[in-house]
Design a binder for this molecule. Sequence first.
Ligand SMILES: NC(=O)c1ccc[n+]([C@@H]2O[C@H](COP(=O)([O-])OP(=O)(O)OC[C@H]3O[C@@H](n4cnc5c(N)ncnc54)[C@H](O)[C@@H]3O)[C@@H](O)[C@H]2O)c1
Ligand SMILES: O=C(O)C1=N[C@H](C(=O)O)CCC1
Length: 269
Amino acid sequence: MTDLPGIVITGASGRMGQMLCATVAASEKARLVGAVERSGHPWIGRDLGEVSGGQPNGVIVTDDPLEAFSKAQAVIDFTAPSATVEFARIAAQARCVHVIGTTGFEKAHLDALEPCARHAVIVRAGNMSLGVNLLTQLTRKVAQALDADWDIEVIEAHHNKKVDAPSGTALMLGRAAAEGRGIDLEENTESGRDGITGARKHGAIGFSAIRGGDIVGEHDVLFATAGERIVLRHIATDRAIFARGALKAALWGQDKKPGQYDMMDVLGL
Ligand SMILES: NC(=O)c1ccc[n+]([C@@H]2O[C@H](COP(=O)([O-])OP(=O)(O)OC[C@H]3O[C@@H](n4cnc5c(N)ncnc54)[C@H](O)[C@@H]3O)[C@@H](O)[C@H]2O)c1
Ligand SMILES: O=C(O)C1=N[C@H](C(=O)O)CCC1
């Protein structure tokens, strides 16, 4: 039993953190060996099982990631961009596989991950579900088959606590559409339309974000031209799909060389 990979969850009290702790604790392929929260959080120093409303499980929530990571083979991290960059440095030091589900990165954050990936495996994806990764491949294929007279719009909906837009998933889908069409996404993005915006730029990829209630995550990729439309859609109804994907990535990464990978690598898509 004890030679199963040990996994630490960061942001253990968060929406995804709680789902990840439950998923790893229930797995027969991994052990939950640590839970990290930010300094000052009321869960620090308490038993994770108890604060989660169950029986004690012997995992004490800590604000010391180095101490937690040094006992683990993988870290699953769904927190916030600046926290993730710090965790990447520590995971590299501890030679842990670092699975990153966090979204909302700016270029400086992504640049900071590069040196860490020289020492440890990083698997990062804006969406860890099988369905969205398949949808990403379909989006690339459809975009490849259609010319720029087909307007591409990515429409996403999430719960009212989400802090970043467009979602990481929307950016994955937009990037795949741009790759399929052979254009640069940054130079061809239209988002945040409001007021007299002028007509849509020919060939652009548009993004729209809806925020409301407890929506787990919904994504449409719309291809629209004169006389017809195609809509590719994914609807997530349960955060367990992201947690299962993240655990799969943590296990997959155990025998891989240091470097940056994504869920396409993990799923073999
Ligand atoms: N890739 C995917 O499949 C996927 C799926 C769902 C959510 N997400 C992303 O995961 C992230 C978290 O989402 P959420 O809904 O769970 O958010 P949340 O706000 O519920 O949870 C974030 C947690 O991180 C903790 N945290 C923040 N800074 C920390 C630090 N320095 N040290 C330790 N803990 C820290 C917070 O205290 C909180 O508990 C977001 O970026 C979201 O977009 C990705
Ligand atoms: O709840 C969130 O936040 C989600 N974030 C990811 C994104 O930004 O795409 C995945 C879906 C849920």
